[in-house]
Design a protein around this ligand. Structure first.
Ligand SMILES: [Zn+2]
Length: 252
């Protein structure tokens, strides 16, 4: 859910890479412009193999939305990456297990859906460690990727992710599906932003959405996303394929 994204910058990877001081924790991250983000930190921005589009879902698992998404993904023959909330996984561990059991990829969206700007670095670290433990216990697979709530990455987020062995990944195109627009509107938004090599952000849960059942628009938009991917000449898949299976954090 994105309706309350604060007017701050949401990427600080370059600062973190430069070894910026921990004292800068409360400073807003450095870059919001998508062009700059992509140029300086392409993997963080979600830019991967040129012939593919990564498909990602946030805020699940959900007992209704996630199975509906899984069903449609099965019809399309697609695999995707699910950025799960630890709190949702605790409520619905069998749904989280079903995601991985169907061949999809589990990733971490945090334990609770709280903006990291409102949390201290130790609190963020505890949140991620707890989320990793819950997702791993439910799915049997340790996650590799991390996307913060609202996409707000602080320096503390990056340090916590690094300590937890998670590589942060944002997105290049979203459908604003948490507002439950029509499926055509979702795809129209995506078509204006998506390019070969990009990453799509959608939601399989309405737990942080403005509209109950918002995932219904998402499900109905997926076949139209297939048409868009065909037009771009791209395959659709999870981040592990988009980034050739290796988390950015483990690359030399
Ligand atoms: Zn979210």
């Amino acid at each position: 859910m994105w309706g309350r994204v604060p007017p701050v910058l949401d990427v600080a990877a370059s600062a973190a890479a430069a070894g910026a001081a921990l004292a800068a924790w409360t400073a807003p991250a450095l870059l919001r412009a998508r062009v700059l983000r992509a140029a300086l930190c392409p993997e963080l921005a979600g830019i991967g193999a040129a012939g593919s589009v990564a498909l990602t879902f946030d805020d699940g698992p959900d007992p209704e939305g996630t199975p509906a998404v899984l069903h449609t993904l099965g019809q399309l023959g697609w695999k995707a990456t699910f950025f799960m909330l630890g709190a949702q996984v605790e409520r619905y561990p069998e749904v989280a297990a079903a995601v991985v059991g169907a061949g999809h990829e589990a990733a971490v969206h945090g334990f609770s859906h709280r903006n990291h700007l409102a949390r201290g670095p130790a609190d963020v670290h505890r949140d991620l460690v707890r989320a990793v433990a819950v997702v791993t216990a439910a799915t049997g697979v340790r996650p590799s990727w991390f996307r913060p709530p609202y996409g707000v990455l602080t320096l503390g987020s990056l340090i916590a992710a690094c300590r937890a062995g998670l590589a942060p990944v944002l997105w290049t195109a979203w459908g604003r599906d948490w507002e439950a627009p029509s499926p055509a509107q979702v795809v129209h938004l995506l078509s204006n932003q998506l390019r070969p090599g990009g990453t799509v952000l959608l939601h399989d849960s309405d737990c942080a959405a403005r509209v109950a059942g918002s995932w219904r628009s998402t499900v109905q938009a997926l076949p139209r996303l297939a048409e868009l991917a065909d037009q771009l000449g791209c395959t659709v898949g999870p981040l592990r394929e988009h980034f050739a299976g290796r988390p950015a954090s483990s690359r030399s």
